[in-house]
Structures are given as C-alpha cells and as structure tokens.
Design a protein around this ligand. Structure first.
Ligand SMILES: Cc1cc2nc3c(=O)[nH]c(=O)nc-3n(C[C@H](O)[C@H](O)[C@H](O)COP(=O)(O)OP(=O)(O)OC[C@H]3O[C@@H](n4cnc5c(N)ncnc54)[C@H](O)[C@@H]3O)c2cc1C
Length: 599
C-alpha cells in the first residue's frame, strides 16, 4: 500500500509523549485504501439490511435469530476478519479489521456478539494456537459454524482476573484435563460452541483451554438480565468435571495470563473502534431529530445550546477516531516489519504488547466519548429520549457496559501508567532522560519561544507544552513515591488522563494538518476548527490534571515554584470556541452525519 505512514518504521508504543511526529508519520481515515473502504461499505450495508430491521426480535432474544445472523455475516467474511485466508478467514490487516469493527457497530447487541466471537473467542487461537488447533477450529469459527466465547471472569474474579478458582487437573491416564469451577458474565454463552476457558492447573498455573460446548461437564447457565445490550447473550458457564483433551491446552501451561492479557489488548482496541462506529450512528439520529422537532416556533437544531451539543459530539468522535486509525496504522506498520523477522508467534506477541498503552486509551477514551454522545443524544430527544420507541434510548443503555468489561476504565487507567513506567524502566522508552532534560530546561529559566508558523502551528506549541506538563507531573510523582506510586491511584488517574488528552490532541492535530496539506486549508476548514476546539479544551484539562498531580507531590515553596512553571506551560491562545462549534454544528446538520468521513 502506498502510504507514507505505513512505509516508515512504526512509532513505538507510548513514544507520542516524547516525540514530535509530522503529519506524514501518522495514518488517518483519509489514507484508507479502496479495498478497506469497500470492506466498510459491505459491513455497513449488512447491518442496515440484515441487522437493524430485526432489532426488536433480537432484543426479545428470538431463538436462533442471533446465531443465524452470525452465520449470514460469516458468509460475507465478517465473522473472521483476523483469521488468515488459509484457514478460511478474511485475512484482513489491522486497519481493515478496524474499519469492519467500526462499521458493524450500529447496534450494540449485535456488535458485542460479533466482536466477542471475532476477537476474544478467535484471536487466542489465531495468535497462540498450535497448527493442529488452527486447522481444527479456525475454519469453523470463520464460517460461523462455531460461535466463539471467552471465559475468564468468575464470581469473585473480575478485575482481579488472576484470582481464578477454576481448577484443572490432569486425569490419571494423562489424556485429559478435568476442569471444575464457574465462569460468569460470558458473552455469547447462550449459543457459543467454543469457549476459551482459563483455569489454574493444579490450582496454581493459570492456563488457557479450548473447551467445546459439547464436551462432557461444560454447562452454560441461563441468561443474565442486563441494563442494556439485550440482543446479546450473557450467561454463566459451569464446569463440572468438564473433560478437555490434553491437546486443547492453548499455548503453554502456566502462561494463561499471557494469552488473556494480550487478547484483552486486542479487545480493548476493538472496543474503541466499536464506540466510534456506534457514536457516529447516534450523531446522525440526533442531528436528524434536531431538524424534525420544533419548539418555540423553531427547529430545536436552531438553538445554540443544541448546536453546541452536536458540535461537541462530532469533536469527541473526531478525537477518538483520529487516535484509533493512528494506532491501527502503527500496528500495521509494526506487523509488516515483524513479518520479515524471526519467529511468528513471538512477533505477534511483541506487536500486541507494544501498543498496550494505545489500546487502553482507545477503550477508555472511546467508551467515555460514547457515553457522552448517547447522553447528549437523549437530551436532544427530550422526553422521547427515554422512550423505548426511539433509538437513542436503547443506545444509552447499551453504551454503559463499555466502561466496565475488558478491564474497567479504572483498571485501564492504571494499565496506561504502569505500562509506561515499565517501558521506561526497561529502557524501551526514554522517559527518564526526557524528565531530566526538562528539569535542566526549567532550571535554566524561560527561553524565548519562536513564533510558530503554518496550519495549527500555535496548537502544535500548546501540545508540546502539554507534554512538558506531563513530564513535570510524572517526574515529580515518580521521584516522590518511587515503587509506592502504584498505591497512589488518584495520582495515577490524573496522569493517565493527561496521557489520553495528549494522544487525542496530537492525533487530531496531525490529522487536520495532513488533510490541509493534501486537500488545501479551505477544504479542511471544519476539521481544522474541530482540532482547534479539541486542543483548546483538552489543554485546559491537562493543566487542571497536572496541577492536581503536582499539588499531591510538592508542598511549600517548591509547590509554588512548580505551579509557576506549570502556569507557563499552560499558557495558550484564547480561542472563540463558541463560534468554532457553531461552524462544526452547521457541518453536522448540513449532512445529518459525522462530517469528517468521506463517502
Ligand atoms: C455484559 C457483560 C459481558 C461480559 N462479558 C465477559 C466475557 O465474555 N468474558 C469474561 O471473561 N468476562 C466478561 N465480563 C466480565 C467483565 O470483564 C467484568 O465485569 C469486569 O472485568 C469487572 O469485573 P467485576 O464485574 O467483578 O467488577 P469488580 O472487579 O468487582 O470491580 C468493581 C469496581 O471496583 C473497581 N476496582 C476493582 N479493582 C480495582 C483496582 N485494583 N483499582 C481500582 N479500582 C478497582 C472497578 O473498576 C469497578 O469500578 C462481562 C461483563 C459484563 C457486564
């Protein structure tokens, strides 16, 4: 593919905090190939024609309907995007899979079913399976003959997933493992044919197993009654002397945590894609309604406070989408580079681990963005927003769980900072030299900054200073608390928020600059507006979070000095965000959809 971002070495995970990439270094949605766009169109058409018309029946759990839809989707290659073609899958790259995941997500009940099957239920076999396991199971998963599921959680082990009580013992003939325990909250549990089950061999060594529903002792329970995603199936799975052939151990005994956590990295990234897709659909509904509904003799969409909501929805989607495709591009470039070197399984692992920070960001930012979008959509619909006959009501309920599963957003915030620090202390990311360099710069006093030039040049300076604010806050926190920092969760939360805002701001900035470079500033004007509002607001949030962090670390004169430095880094241009949001809202309303996606 002739794309500059993909032809360069992939950015290292977390390096966005320390480096200053150019627009040509990042992949953006405008860089999608025709094939990738076609995959998006095919997926969207499938959802519009096959899924949305039967939502009521899906919500009522009409027997066989969801499984039948999955098989129809499989006929189009939508259920096995990441399964290599040699095993009957679509063999899509990271970017095309992201497009597919986004476009399949207009209805939460179906998208969670598909993503659990194609992600959590399939990825472990693709990435960690033996040749025999791949040959036996992947063609069935790709064709939809088998629906996949992932069984990690237990009643006492959700976030604390390693606290598994499910045990596996080898039988005395040495042919089968006997599994006993209970798994809870298992998506697709009602009809899945295959479960990736995690159990502790001899009560100690966490291990992944491929368990077929038909194996003796595998007993899925009855449906849970949930707040939302009613179309999806969620059940417990009871393992009562469940007999699993020894050959169905996935990867290695005692390495279940590696399978689980790396699969969850993929899952987290895809939740980000799912949230972007879902939110675009909601924005479309909200914009249409803003023109249908009248109050005080006007369309409600003519009121400034409604316009402001539509604009902010578009801006937050823009931020999440820009990060998503930037990361997908880096993952693809890293995958391509890894394919040319050494052991395949090791390479896959390396890529999954490399982008753990960005995957957690996609999940946390995406799910919080979607919650904001559905909440504002309900508000735009007024009373009808809480009526089940209107689509935003269901979307509001469906969205909430994204902040809970695949690692709650609290857990993922800690993952962002812990992974960052691990990479820094392991010498993979030069965070410590950057903190020292900044300290020397602060010590030397303020130097005269050059006046920036070019599209969004002032915003680029704001982002460079936001990175300094992060280094200042994180450097102080690490120096004070050292190995005890993990216990300072509120501080870690503030730092994680800064990291996410920086990735969002910079991804939006580089995308808008790239668009201005290729289409001209006039054609990219609304996107430039969105980037300006995003950066103006996010920079203030960064300043606020950094101030909180610094106040928790320093006191007395040192605190005053640190706050004075922070104030300097926090200075930015005053932007008329009200006027900019009006222009963005007009772009949304003129097409009744998210305005930054070419059709
Ligand atoms: C609809 C649905 C579908 C699901 N599908 C699956 C599936 O297919 N497979 C599967 O294995 N699991 C699945 N899950 C389970 C899901 O992964 C867990 O619910 C999730 O990991 C949280 O665990 P928990 O519910 O036990 O909450 P808890 O772990 O009890 O957490 C409760 C609260 O405490 C917080 N908390 C916990 N530990 C910490 C900490 N160290 N620091 C700060 N805060 C903390 C959490 O963030 C949360 O706010 C699903 C859940 C739901 C609701």
């Amino acid at each position: 593919m002739a794309n500059t971002a993909l032809n360069k070495p992939a950015a290292k995970g977390g390096s966005f905090l320390l480096e200053s990439p150019t627009p040509q270094d990042v992949f953006t949605p405008a860089d999608l190939s025709d094939d990738q766009k076609l995959i998006g169109q095919t997926t969207e058409e499938f959802v519009l024609k096959e899924v949305l018309p039967v939502v009521k029946d899906l919500e009522a759990k009409k027997p066989g309907l969801m499984a039948g839809l999955c098989r129809k989707a499989a006929d189009l290659g939508l259920m096995g995007p990441g399964i290599p073609e040699e095993y009957g899958g679509a063999g899509l790259d990271n970017i095309a899979t992201t497009v597919l995941t986004e476009k399949i997500s207009m209805y939460g009940g179906f998208s969670i079913t598909q993503s659990c099957h194609a992600g959590l239920g399939t990825v472990p076999i693709v990435d960690f399976g033996s040749e025999e396991q791949k040959t036996k199971y992947l063609p069935k998963l790709a064709s939809g003959e088998y629906i996949g599921a992932f069984a990690l959680s237990e009643p006492q082990a959700g976030s604390d997933a390693r606290n598994t009580l499910t045990r596996a013992e080898l039988n005395k003939e040495g042919t089968h493992y006997i599994l006993n325990g209970q798994k809870s909250w298992i998506t697709n549990g009602g009809f899945a044919d295959l479960f990736i089950v995690f159990a502790a061999v001899d009560g100690e060594k966490l291990t992944a197993f491929i368990v077929e529903r038909k194996f003796p002792g595998c007993k899925p329970g009855s449906e849970e009654h949930k707040l939302g995603i009613h179309g999806s199936s969620t059940t417990p799975v009871f393992l009562e002397n469940c007999t699993v052939p020894k050959e169905n151990v996935l990867h290695e005994i005692g390495r279940g945590h590696v399978v689980a956590f790396n699969t969850l990295n993929v899952g987290r990234f895809r939740i980000g894609a799912k949230c972007v897709g879902e939110s675009k659909h909601i924005l479309m509904n909200a914009s249409k309604y803003s023109k249908e509904r009248k109050a005080f003799g006007k369309q409600i969409g003519e009121f400034g406070l409604i316009k402001e909501k539509l604009a902010e929805m578009a801006i937050q989607i823009f931020a999440a989408e820009s990060m998503l495709y930037r990361t997908a591009g880096d993952m693809e470039a890293a995958t391509n580079a890894a394919e040319h070197s050494g052991n395949e399984a090791q390479n896959v692992l390396k890529v999954l681990e490399e982008y753990a920070i960005e995957s957690s960001i996609a999940k946390v930012y995406g799910s919080e963005m979607l919650d904001f979008v559905v909440d504002e959509a309900v508000q735009i619909f007024g009373g009808y927003g809480v009526h089940e006959d209107y689509p935003v009501c269901r979307a509001y309920r469906d969205a909430r769980v994204n902040r809970i599963f695949e690692g709650t957003n609290e857990i993922n915030r800690t993952v962002i900072i812990q992974t960052l620090l691990k990479r820094a202390t392991g010498g993979h990311l030069p965070l410590i030299p950057a903190v020292k360099k900044l300290a020397a710069e602060i010590h030397a006093g303020a130097s005269k900054e050059e006046t920036p030039e070019g599209v969004l040049a002032e915003e680029a300076r704001v982002i460079a200073n936001a990175k300094k604010m992060f280094l200042q806050a994180a450097g102080g926190a690490v120096q004070k608390f050292r190995e005890k920092l993990a216990g300072e969760q509120e501080l870690i939360g503030a730092l994680a928020n800064i990291v996410m805002e920086i990735y969002a701001m910079e991804s939006g900035l580089l995308r808008a600059q790239k668009a201005a470079g290729s289409q001209g500033e006039a054609a990219a004007a609304v996107m430039i507006d969105a980037a300006r509002v995003l950066i103006a607001d996010a920079a203030e949030r960064v300043h606020h979070e950094a101030k909180r962090a610094i106040a928790a670390v320093h006191e007395g004169d040192m605190l005053m000095t640190q706050l004075a430095v922070l104030k300097r880094f926090g200075e930015g241009p005053t932007v008329d965000t009200i006027a900019l949001r009006r222009r963005i809202a007009a772009a949304v309303q003129s097409q009744d959809r998210y305005p930054f996606e070419k059709r």
